[in-house]
Design a protein around this ligand. Structure first.
Ligand code: KIV
Length: 253
């Protein structure tokens, strides 16, 4: 499959773009050999790779290390890297962090959460300097304490209106694509219809222009049940445990 570029992605409305997260070299090699459209090195690596309670603990250095590994394993995929919490609290800091992340990891784009006025300005500046940005609204896990937990957004009129406004402002600021996380399905559908850039949903129904999942949820790599919106295709946690236990039995025979 041909590696997508920014122009391809911008034109991919209603094309059901498929995105998975990835955090390590060998899984990246595997994904590089599939038909996946894009890889996201999400700051969810804090939860699934590092055992942090929230993504707030993830550092820029950690993002650089994991994204570098994924880049080396998946040279043929459009790669997006999350800007971690605290790395874009001001515009100058955001420009500095994004430039470092973009240069060091050789990703094709960065992603940041939110649509406050300073973030819109930051996105404008980054895109002007040649760093493509993916937006992310709805449930933005880096703001979990400010939001008061993990829940579906857009369930009432004012929340739905705010999301629509944010989506349009982000498009105007220059994002090439927008993640809608845990957004009410009808609102996500309306936003997707209103934008000319592709929306990528997670827990936001089926009518966005694409879907993103955390690979650890899809393959059930961990002991916990994935979120309700993700139906795992395997239970690799149990499978691997059984294989190792069988190996140990065989060794001790
Ligand atoms: O960090 C992440 O994995 C993400 C996706 C859930 C969109 O931001």
């Amino acid at each position: 499959m041909k590696k997508l570029n920014l122009r391809d992605i911008r034109k991919s409305k209603q094309k059901n773009l498929q995105v998975l997260t990835c955090y390590d070299f060998q899984t990246a090699i595997l994904l590089n050999q599939t038909d996946l459209d894009m890889i996201l090195v999400g700051d969810s690596l804090g939860n699934v790779m590092l055992g942090y309670e929230t993504t707030i603990e993830v550092s820029l250095t950690e993002m650089e290390i994991f994204a570098g590994a994924v880049r080396r394993g998946a040279p043929d995929k459009f790669l997006i890297v999350d800007m971690p919490f605290g790395s874009y609290s001001t515009i100058p800091q955001g420009i500095h962090s994004a430039t470092k992340l973009f240069q060091k990891t050789r990703a094709e784009a960065v992603k940041l959460e939110g649509a406050f006025p300073y973030q819109l300005k930051l996105i404008e500046r980054l895109t002007q300097t040649g760093i493509p940005v993916m937006g992310h609204i709805g449930l933005t896990p880096q703001s979990v304490h400010q939001l008061g937990g993990y829940f579906t957004h857009g369930k009432n009129e004012s929340s739905a209106e705010r999301l629509m406004k944010e989506a349009k402002a982000l498009e105007a600021a220059g994002v090439f694509s927008l993640v809608l996380e845990m957004v009410d399905e009808n609102v996500a559908t309306e936003i997707s219809k209103s934008l000319s850039i592709p929306t990528i949903g997670i827990g936001s129904g089926k009518k966005t222009d694409g879907q993103v999942l955390v690979i650890n949820d899809l393959l059930k790599l961990g002991p916990n049940m994935p979120p309700k919106f993700c139906t795992p295709v395997a239970d690799l946690f149990e499978t691997k445990k059984e294989l190792i236990n069988q190996y140990l039995v065989d060794q001790r025979k």
